[in-house]
Ligand binder design. Structure first.
Ligand code: GRF
Length: 224
């Protein structure tokens, strides 16, 4: 890790920002620094988290733009004021235009609460329960034009045992997310993680299409 020049990253949020908090908490021990936080909603708690840690914030309120292209243009300009090497989506609930994604291709990450490619989109916990899946988990992936369909970098899974509801699953998966996301961002910051075309490499080794399958055994409330 080059301590003199950590990798500048911008985090895009839209709500509570617990993943942002995990990234903030891990950054001192990591190769990245959060140089800006951008929210598409005003007055969200995630902005407060950034302010508490003296991280500059910008709100690009999606309701003030006539269409996606105009919003994405404003978002892109806001990002570029921070000159980041990586843009990290953490609860940013807007679909991005092809032009935007192209501009940040290979340097735009997202975290999604399912074992992709299963359960793309919203309400993943309830849909997993309804489908009686035996496991659930989280995925970090590079963002491409296919919604939640970009190349997967890493996943963490939990076994589903009885008495779960969408809320209990959300709580458990958040613990996985908070462990996984800073780690992946750290790899990128160390120049170990790349995405060329649709192929992800870590330390120059291609990663299988399901992503690295990581094990995190210390989830509270999980027996297995
Ligand atoms: C996370 O569950 C993430 O997977 C999804 O949005 C949620 C954001 O939560 N993309 P938070 O705002 O980081 O607490």
């Amino acid at each position: 890790m080059n301590k003199l020049s950590p990798c500048p990253i911008v985090v895009l949020i839209g709500g509570n920002g617990s993943n942002l908090q995990a990234l903030i908490d891990a950054q001192e021990q990591s190769a990245y620094r959060i140089v800006g936080v951008i929210s598409h909603r005003p007055d969200v708690y995630g902005l407060q988290r950034a302010i508490t840690h003296h991280i500059p914030t910008i709100t690009v309120d999606h309701r003030h733009y006539a269409n996606r292209e105009e919003f994405d243009m404003a978002l892109s300009e806001a990002i570029q004021t921070f000159s980041p090497r990586l843009v990290v989506m953490a609860g940013f609930m807007r679909i991005l235009s092809a032009a935007f994604i192209q501009k940040f291709s290979g340097s735009l990450l997202n975290i999604h609460p399912s074992l992709l490619p299963k359960f793309k989109g919203l309400n993943t916990h309830q849909r997993v329960l309804d489908a009686k899946e035996s496991q659930h988990g989280v995925s970090v992936h590079f963002v491409t034009q296919e919604l939640d369909g970009g190349p997967i970098i890493a996943q963490v899974a939990i076994a589903l045992v009885g008495n779960e509801d969408a809320e209990s699953l959300a709580n458990k998966l958040h613990q996985l997310e908070h462990w996984l996301y800073p780690q992946v961002v750290h790899w990128f910051a160390q120049n170990r993680l790349k995405c060329v075309g649709n192929v992800v490499t870590l330390d120059n080794e291609p990663i299988a299409s399901q992503g690295l399958q990581l094990v995190f055994p210390r989830v509270q409330g999980i027996i297995s």
